[in-house]
Write a protein that binds this ligand. Structure first.
Ligand SMILES: Cc1cc2nc3c(=O)[nH]c(=O)nc-3n(C[C@H](O)[C@H](O)[C@H](O)COP(=O)(O)O)c2cc1C
Length: 364
């Protein structure tokens, strides 16, 4: 067993999950300031190998393993996460205005299930604060911007919130993710329905064209390139709903789908029912999500005709879980809960397995 699981995790798990989260952020930032530490961390965790590289939507990913949204909500940890081996970091979900999120406690461990329940509710410092931070972002780490709406914004006006974040972040992130799948903002997930979804994505692609044309002029012409735009979806959608989403994605020429966010389902849990109930409402992540998210990925891959990228996320806790997602059709993967339960060596172990597996040559 590794140092993380033997010593660090048992200590962390004595404390409130959200407190530990903030402690880890502060500790990692301090750690990375110690002279020589960058080199030491890189040596310990970063695997470099051409077999890990992926070229997708004109971006070169050094490896296909990303940090999922929600861990670095305010873009404070990009450099540090790359030192732990992540090939890219998705920041956010960020909203136009800062907001506190739901009352605490709002994050719970289900240890028996290697899972978390959270109802954070998009707590974040707002997109303007994020932009200030991203002005000094490391240029050599791929950063995705995951955008959402404020709780106080009604769904009818949601597109304005997404557009605000999109414009603000345009020059500071490498790709965008439209998050309409968090269960913790009331009614947000109904934006996954065909009509409102198509309306919103159409508007964002129009803005995308407008901003890319401006950049194009500044750079003296050439090929006008949209910023890659992806959609993050819930695991609780029916196959019919997935079909509708694929239609919209193809019609509006989105670059990809991130599957999946957390689930509202509580089925097949080992944890005592009263403990689960006491945690209350929220999204469940981790091991219980593994199979459903892989199923969604496989379904999307069959429908995609290789016309959009799939980022697979949900319950990756082992190299085998990662390979399963990639074999199901994920071009890239992301993790959050597995990182909490397994520690940073998980990323290195996944990288090493991918290198060993000749089946896993990139699809595109
Ligand atoms: C505490 C917590 C906060 C999260 N916040 C966000 C978020 O702000 N935006 C988002 O798109 N996904 C968010 N997620 C979902 C994750 O990005 C991921 O899709 C989900 O947890 C499944 O992956 P996992 O099983 O590896 O955790 C959050 C997950 C957790 C556990």
């Amino acid at each position: 067993m590794n140092l993380y699981k033997r010593i660090i995790r048992p200590v962390f798990f004595l404390f409130d999950p959200e407190k530990i989260h903030h402690f880890v952020i502060a500790a990692l930032r301090l750690l990375a300031l110690i002279p020589g530490m960058n080199t030491a961390l890189k040596k310990m965790f970063v695997v470099k190998n051409p077999a890990l590289e992926r070229n997708l939507f004109s971006i070169r990913f050094p490896n296909p393993i990303g940090l999922a949204a929600g861990f670095d909500k305010d873009a404070k940890l990009i450099r540090e996460m790359a030192l732990l081996g992540f090939g890219y970091v998705e920041v956010g979900t960020v909203t136009p205005r800062p907001q506190p999120g739901n009352p605490k406690p709002r994050m719970f461990r289900l240890k028996k299930d290697q899972a978390l329940i959270n109802r954070m509710g998009f707590n974040n410092e707002g997109v303007d604060a994020m932009v200030q931070r991203l002005r000094n972002r490391p240029a050599n780490v791929i950063v995705g911007g995951n955008i959402g709406k404020n709780k106080s914004t009604p769904n009818e006006a949601a597109v304005e919130d997404y557009e605000y974040c999109f414009r603000a972040l345009y020059n500071y992130v490498d790709y965008f993710v439209v998050n309409v799948s968090s269960p913790n903002t009331p009614d947000l997930r109904s934006l996954q329905e065909k009509e409102p979804l198509a309306r919103m994505l159409k508007q964002l692609q129009m803005v995308n064209d407008e901003l890319s044309a401006k950049n194009d002029k500044r750079e003296g012409g050439g090929i006008r390139k949209r910023k890659p735009l992806l959609l993050k979806i819930a695991p609780d959608l029916s196959f019919q709903q997935l079909d509708e989403i694929v239609e919209v994605v193809l019609e509006l020429q989105l670059d990809g789908i991130i599957a999946t966010n957390t689930t509202i389902s509580r089925s097949n849990l080992q944890t005592d029912a009263d403990v689960v109930e006491a945690a209350g409402a929220g999204g469940l992540s981790g091991k219980p999500l593994t199979d459903r998210s892989t199923e969604v990925i496989r379904y999307l891959a069959a429908k995609s005709g290789d016309q959009f990228v799939i980022i697979g996320v949900g319950g990756i806790h082992s190299p085998q879980d990662a390979l399963d997602k990639m074999n199901a059709g994920a071009d890239l993967i992301q993790l959050y809960t597995g990182f909490i339960y397994e520690g940073p060596s998980l990323i290195r172990n996944i990288s090493n397995e991918i290198v060993k597996d000749p089946q896993l040559l990139p699809r595109k």
